[in-house]
Ligand binder design. Sequence first.
Ligand code: DAH
Length: 360
Amino acid sequence: MTDLTTLETDLMAQIAASADEAALEAVRVAALGKKGSISALLATLGQMAPEERKTAGAAINQVKDRVTEALTTRRDVLKAAALDARLAAETIDVTLPVRESPTETGRIHPISQVMDELTAIFADMGFAIAEGPDIETDDYNFTRLNFPEGHPAREMHDTFFFNPKADGERLLLRTHTSPVQVRTMLSKKPPIRVICPGRTYRCDSDQTHTPMFHQVEGLVIDKGSHIGHLKWILEEFCKAFFEVDSVKMRFRPSFFPFTEPSMEVDIQCNRQGGEVRFGEGEDWLEILGCGMVHPNVIRNCGLDPDIYQGFAWGMGIDRIAMLKYGINDLRQFFEADVRWLSHYGFRPLDLPTLAGGLSS
Ligand code: DAH
């Protein structure tokens, strides 16, 4: 009997000392499991004489009941403690303001915004987007665009050249997006209607020039394309881009090697009050160069100028972005100042569409 008392005291101590439910379960198995200490005692009853079995059986079963009850009580205590600990560890302050997601705080750069706006406008007129590499050959950047060797127009471009290769060829950073015209005519069959937005480079830097800047080129090649189409496209573009109902435009004769005739285009604006407004006023502002693609260029790109003709234009994206959004120093575009971007940038999910509004 003293053995039984010792066993009970021992088990009760182990139960009290169990720090978590797993430890408690181990104690239960060691006492009441198939090979447990109490189960072993119960198994000895079979060999006892009937009288002895009566008293011993009752005593062992009482111990078993008390141990079972102690296990249940301890399990409840441990469960409650575990829950309390979890609640304490996982407190959430529901009064904290919700943290803004990146789609709320991030901003689209005005240049990207303007490229999206251009794309929306020209895509609506049926233009596709064409792209070319920033590193170009002299052939595509100049020669095929009808810049003769040694022509002063080459010098005007302040070109960044790479060191000559072993065969003497000098690659360059493209000085305009016009080489994409060449690439497009060489790879696509007319009718061609593309715009080519992208980065361009010239060795120049001041308030209105940066060594890297952006242009968008437009090119239409077909059998009957003429200047009337060009004027209509540019006018529709300006109205849509500057979000005005009407805009006056002025086409001035100019010179580019790759167009004949060539023109520069000014748009009507009002500069009064230190701010430029479009669609009104007596002032003019130059926004792009354009013309009918020179027959030499069409020929240099593998097409017959007696069959195909077309027009092209080139426009500074940074410049029209500055005009539209009242940004006065070009260099700010490239300073990567987040304060500037949070002021001039656009919300990422407000994609420009003609139907939904370009910039609102
Ligand atoms: N490539 C010219 C430049 O960078 C811009 C230009 C003018 C492009 C007239 C054209 C064009 O396609 O027709 O100054």
